[in-house]
Design a binder for this molecule. Structure first.
Ligand SMILES: Nc1ncnc2c1ncn2[C@@H]1O[C@H](COP(=O)(O)OP(=O)(O)OP(=O)(O)O)[C@@H](O)[C@H]1O
Ligand SMILES: [Mg+2]
Length: 401
């Protein structure tokens, strides 16, 4: 077996990818049944790596697969450009694509100077209100027609899709842009459904986003799936492989200790703990070395690798929700054994003396559900605790100490 490197940030591929055959089989089964998928799972669970592998398996099976990260696309045009680039890289219909790329350049020029989002881009298929824009939508559609006619299945994987929608939605005329993009994508899925499969992935649930904007119908054809952290058994094999591959074999006791202390075996957390072990110069991984690795990981200079968990609250929630979520987490990180909902509510009320407790309670209940779903918290016997020991310690150091 080839070594699995200790990678602690970017998506992993090839031998660095710890195989997740059950999860891959689940995705393949859904796709084979003709479903289009929306894979939503907490940050750092390994979504991107998993879907990159899925694409690789598709290619090995003689299909085409296109993987696109749409984070940072600022408007619908940029999204469509990404799509064209992705199709191009997969070598699908290059002549037609290069014609489209030219059309995109023209559209970009026409839009420059104007506020792109105010102008928007008419992605409605077959729309004829505006000759230039409809050409673009139609030109892209022609590629899909060719793919369908070509008889070869194509998987289109769109990473960070909810993040893009959220960002688009915050811009001027954002709701219209989001609605146009979602309707356009839905129409593409419905029309070209023999050979084209879609998988959208990201770490933000879209439920309340689409409901707030009355857009539920634009995604209700997608099959929602999630991805969990590793099981204890998988985490054990994961650590065995990392140790063997990187000249620091871990005994069963140490592996169990790491898994227990991590509390929630995300591949990423196992990788960072192992990295800290190596970094601390451990020659032999005994319990003291594991302790030292955790201490090292939680030193101020290393804390920033967990910052995305805090930043995300601000991106995902409106300011009132973000404040309540942060206050609740600040309270919870101080209790390893967790707190009940009413204890959290009491803590919140001390800094909200004029607020109506019923209103805060309703808001808290809703946010706790989201924090459970997004991997921050666990609930057991009516007590809420941080899901990950590492994350709890991080929170404590950042928000309390
Ligand atoms: N199958 C895997 N094998 C080995 N390491 C993994 C695997 N999956 C994830 N990791 C670890 O987690 C890190 C993040 O992986 P990845 O980018 O795939 O996760 P993600 O869920 O897409 O994260 P984000 O939500 O931040 O985009 C990797 O750098 C690696 O440390
Ligand atoms: Mg990712």
């Amino acid at each position: 077996m080839k070594p699995m490197r200790n990678i602690t940030g970017s998506p992993v591929e090839n031998d660095d990818f710890f195989d997740r055959p059950r999860d891959l089989a689940r995705l393949q089964r859904e796709l084979a049944n003709g479903a289009n998928l929306l894979l939503t799972a907490p940050r750092r669970v390994g979504k991107t790596s998993l879907v990159l592998r899925l694409c690789e398996l598709e290619r090995q099976a003689g299909h085409s697969a296109v993987f696109m990260n749409v984070e940072g696309c600022h408007d619908e045009l940029a999204f469509a450009e990404k799509l064209v680039d992705g199709l191009n890289e997969a070598g699908l219909h290059p002549e037609a694509l290069s014609r489209i790329s030219l059309a995109f350049q023209k559209a970009r020029q026409a839009l420059s100077g104007m506020k792109v989002n105010a102008a928007g881009m008419d992605m409605e298929m077959g729309s004829v209100d505006d000759p230039d824009h409809s050409t673009l939508g139609r030109a892209l559609e022609s590629i899909f027609r060719r793919i369908e006619a070509g008889g070869k299945p194509v998987l289109l994987a769109i990473d960070e899709m909810p993040e893009l929608l959220l960002a688009l939605g915050k811009l001027e005329h954002g709701t219209e842009s989001v609605s146009r993009l979602l309707h356009w994508l839905r129409a593409l899925r419905q029309t070209y459904r023999q050979q084209v499969r879609w998988i959208f992935l990201g770490s933000i649930g879209l439920d309340s986003f689409v409901d707030d904007r009355n857009l539920r119908k634009t995604i209700n054809d997608l099959t929602g799936l999630s991805l969990e952290a590793l099981t204890t058994e998988e985490a054990d094999v994961f650590l065995t492989r990392l140790g063997e591959s990187n000249h620091l074999p871990l005994a069963a006791d140490q592996r169990a200790l790491i898994i227990r202390r991590v509390g929630w075996p995300l591949p990423h957390h196992l990788q960072v703990v192992f990295h800290a072990l190596v970094d601390a110069g451990a020659k032999q991984a005994d319990a003291a070395a594991v302790d030292e690795a955790f201490a090292q990981l939680l030193r101020p200079e290393n804390l920033s690798q967990f910052d995305t968990w805090r930043q995300r609250l601000g991106e995902q929630f409106g300011s009132s929700d973000a404040t309540v979520a942060k206050d609740a987490l600040r309270h919870l990180c101080q209790y390893a054994n967790g707190r009940t909902r009413s204890q959290v509510l009491n803590a919140l009320m001390t800094s909200r003396q004029t607020a109506d407790p019923a209103v805060v309670e309703e808001q808290l209940a809703r946010l706790l559900l989201m924090l459970l779903r997004d991997g921050y918290l666990l609930e057991s016997k009516r007590r809420y605790t941080f899901r990950s020991f590492l994350l709890r310690e991080y929170w404590h150091r950042r928000e309390v100490l």
